[in-house]
Ligand binder design. Sequence first.
Ligand SMILES: [Zn+2]
Length: 131
Amino acid sequence: MKFRDKFQRFMQGRYGTDDLGKFTIYAGMIFCILSLFTRNGIINILATIFLVISYVRMFSRKIYKRHAENQKYLAMKNKVVHALHLERLGQMKYYCFFKCPTCKQTVRVPRGKGKIKIHCPKCHTDFIKKS
Ligand SMILES: [Zn+2]
């Protein structure tokens, strides 16, 4: 039997990778690389923990449990993305973000329109910006 077939048979009924799996592998690799440059024992331990978690989950047969963990991870990730306004990074290409000078509300306008008058939806102040 080829290694590939053996591996496929071994993986049958096992969980495999998901978003959380990818995250733990990347985190583990990053801590691994960091531990090459520092003598910090904690980084070493973190690298080991993340890699062990990623392997344990990948070969796990408790698929529902792993799936639930992944859902939790995705919900948490969404919260972080939202809290840090990271979704804006994806919009940066098409939009400019300005703060209203009066109420500090962030206003989104299309990029590349030149000098435009922006109307704040919250306090209805108008201000001029270059987009
Ligand atoms: Zn305002």
